[in-house]
Design a protein around this ligand. Structure first.
Ligand SMILES: NC(=O)c1ccc[n+]([C@@H]2O[C@H](COP(=O)([O-])OP(=O)(O)OC[C@H]3O[C@@H](n4cnc5c(N)ncnc54)[C@H](OP(=O)(O)O)[C@@H]3O)[C@@H](O)[C@H]2O)c1
Length: 299
């Protein structure tokens, strides 16, 4: 059976999952969806998707089951809920960011039923998810990844084959450690620069003009200048990911002094009640501890 004839089931229609599922449908796949909060799934009925009211119903009916939920606990809850209906011929793809342990536990449950498992977390936020331009970090054997390529291409611009099951998750932890650290360095530079008396626009222009001018700094700098902290990738999720990174680093014996400090800054941001704001809200934590406002005149 060609992959185009397979029925795709998508579990978790949040900020990322909803646009990813829509892109699968747009690419011509037959789509079924499940979301814990039913109203989010109902919206897909008018778009021609089948709506399920339990993860196991979806998994029973679909050939490929994609899971895009918050973190390790949710992944394992869903894997547990669908395991009875898994069998040879079905494939489960986890695209959520979770721990390596949770990935391997989920893989074991799925494989013990004769089904196949792929870990394929994504790099890129809401906009790339909407544009089908995510970077997909896949872990599985190459035969299976080749077969899944058209499905991944409906959601992603780059599909990186990271190795066996578990290696997509490893790569995701590495890239999000860098993301967290970059955002923290950016926030610190903005606050330090403003304290020295430089104009916000001058700092932003300089950072984004030269070799440091990454899309991240441009996008987050623009959001900060507009005071727009509507979540794309919220503080709660990058904090979750840095905790996963440090847990893993502890296990493999790698000191991460920078990521440890960054984690504490996000912890402080969560403590300020900003967990549901975009990760750019980290700058508000730095503003608070330095007692400065970096936009609107400073102090
Ligand atoms: N946002 C980003 O920019 C971004 C970028 C890359 C990767 N990621 C990763 O992608 C994953 C999803 O992120 P998101 O931003 O889409 O999160 P989100 O908007 O918070 O959505 C989370 C989804 O998980 C579901 N969920 C949570 N716990 C569940 C449980 N126990 N059982 C069933 N469903 C459960 C939620 O259902 P309800 O609707 O019922 O709450 C919702 O559909 C996370 O692992 C995140 O770290 C996010």
């Amino acid at each position: 059976m060609s992959i185009k004839d397979k029925k795709i089931g998508f579990i978790g229609l949040g900020t990322m999952g909803a646009p990813m599922a829509r892109n699968i449908k747009k690419a011509g796949f037959s789509l079924g969806v499940y979301n814990r909060t039913e109203s989010r799934a109902e919206a897909f009925r008018d778009e021609g998707a089948a709506v399920y009211y339990a993860p196991w119903e979806l998994a029973e009916d679909c050939d490929i089951i994609i899971i895009m939920v918050t973190g390790p606990e949710a992944l394992l809850e869903i894997t547990g809920a669908i395991q009875e209906v898994l069998k040879t011929g079905k494939t489960v793809i986890n695209m959520s960011t979770v721990s390596i342990d949770a990935t391997m536990q989920a893989a074991e449950i799925v494989q013990s039923r004769g089904a196949e498992f792929v870990d394929a977390p994504v790099s890129g936020s809401k906009k790339p998810a909407e544009e089908g331009a995510l970077v997909i970090l896949a872990g599985a054997d190459s035969r299976l990844l080749d077969e899944l390529q058209p499905l991944f291409e409906s959601m992603g611009r780059d599909i990186v084959c990271c190795g066996e099951v578990g290696y997509g998750t490893r790569m995701k932890l590495v890239i999000n450690m860098l993301l967290g650290n970059m955002m923290a360095s950016f926030a610190e530079a903005l606050v330090f620069g403003r304290r020295t008396g430089l104009a916000f626009e001058t700092i932003l222009q300089t950072i984004t003009a030269g070799a440091l001018g990454s899309p991240l700094f441009k996008i987050k700098g623009q959001a900060i200048s507009e005071g727009n902290y509507t979540k794309n990738f919220p503080v709660d999720l990058i904090f979750k990911d840095l905790n996963l990174v440090l847990h893993e680093a502890g296990k493999v014996g790698t000191p991460l002094p920078l990521a440890s400090a960054t984690r504490e800054a996000y912890s402080g941001t969560v403590g300020l009640g900003l967990g549901n704001e975009d990760m750019a809200a980290l700058v508000k934590y730095y503003e608070k501890i330095a007692d400065i406002k970096i936009v609107d005149g400073g102090k």
